[in-house]
Design a protein around this ligand. Structure first.
Ligand code: SF4
Length: 330
């Protein structure tokens, strides 16, 4: 399968008064063409920093890409200048942010914000861009798009603003769409509509999607593969079925035990993962989950486990229990 994005050994830090926060510590994952990949994990696990680094949107300084490659269609984005990234953002890679109100420009009409990319990246005339803006608003389900195109963000409801944001990010038919918690701020009905819309666009336009979320229900609904992050690292990855029905890492198991599952006939009560993630100012030497893991062993404190294949090459987990030499490994 053709890979549209490949992130290799990515390390991102933030230099603060307290010291260096190692937010992303050697992340590897890929996205195939037309595929939807979810990145899941608790707040502070590095998922949003990873996605913003792909777009080169982290403030540098205090942020710094210390090491690694972000290969987009084979081209390393880490080496691109700001000017070069400007022509990639919006055109080849689109982004939907969590909070549309802080991401939309309150001083510009929704129409002008959609038209901006069309005029800049696709050399459209103003009139043609406006016609396309109306079409895009219609595609994302905004009623009376020819009237709404002239309105400002404050005249849109929360759900409509999120749809407008999707229209902006899709204006130039990006090959990759990064959606960072796109439905968190919305009520469930609007949430379902937005997810349907994204699935539809993925099918029609062949867009690849990276979905950043902590909502496992949303993942099951629309993704092909899942990357689980913890303490700035990928600790498990696999297809949606592999992760949901056969999780291998104790953290992934804990995540799944802490949410209601309508697909499973089980009576067990929901169990939270006790404790908190490690401080990335002073990341642990060994496995980052040691302090919270009921299976922790001495080796876990001393050496960080690598990602190992489990049940085939699409499913990998970074846990000593999954090491090829571990006794009783299934
Ligand atoms: Fe638990 Fe050790 Fe596996 Fe980490 S490596 S998840 S501490 S068993």
């Amino acid at each position: 399968m053709e890979r549209i994005l490949e992130v290799k050994d990515l390390h991102v830090s933030f230099h603060t008064y307290a010291g260096e926060v190692q937010a992303v510590r050697g992340v590897n994952f890929h996205v195939n063409k037309g595929e939807a990949v979810a990145i899941v994990g608790e707040s502070g696990c590095g998922k949003s920093v990873t996605s913003q680094t792909i777009m080169k949107l982290i403030p540098m300084p205090p942020g710094e890409i210390k090491k690694g490659q972000i290969l987009f269609q084979g081209d390393d984005l880490v080496k691109k200048s700001n000017k070069e990234m400007e022509s990639i953002r919006g055109k080849d890679i689109g982004m939907i942010f969590q909070d549309p109100m802080t991401s939309l420009n309150p001083t510009m009409t929704i129409g002008n914000q959609i038209m901006e990319g069309l005029i800049k990246h696709q050399n459209m005339s103003k009139a043609a861009a406006k016609t396309r803006a109306v079409e895009l608003l219609e595609i994302v389900g905004i009623p009376q798009p020819d009237r709404r195109v002239n309105q400002y963000p404050h005249e849109f409801s929360g759900g409509m603003r999120q749809r407008a944001m999707i229209a902006i990010s899709l204006a130039c038919s990006p090959k990759l769409l990064i959606a960072d918690e796109p439905t968190t701020a919305l009520d469930v009905t609007i949430q379902a509509q937005i997810l349907d819309l994204m699935k539809d666009l993925q099918k029609k336009m062949g867009t690849s999607i990276i979905l950043i979320t902590h909502d496992l229900g949303v993942v099951a609904e629309m993704c092909d593969r899942v990357v689980v992050m913890y303490a700035g690292k990928v600790i498990e990855e696999g297809t949606v079925d592999e992760i949901f029905y056969n999780p291998q890492h104790p953290y992934t198991k804990g995540l799944l035990r802490s949410v209601p599952r309508l697909d499973l006939d089980r009576d067990e009560p929901l169990t939270p993962i006790f404790g908190t993630p490690p401080d990335l100012l002073r990341p642990p030497v060994g496995c980052g989950f040691t302090a919270r893991c009921e299976n922790a062993m001495r080796v876990c404190q001393e050496i960080d486990p690598e990602l190992n294949d489990v049940n085939g090459p699409s499913h990998r987990a970074a846990c000593w229990l999954q090491h090829p030499l571990a006794q009783g490994r299934s």
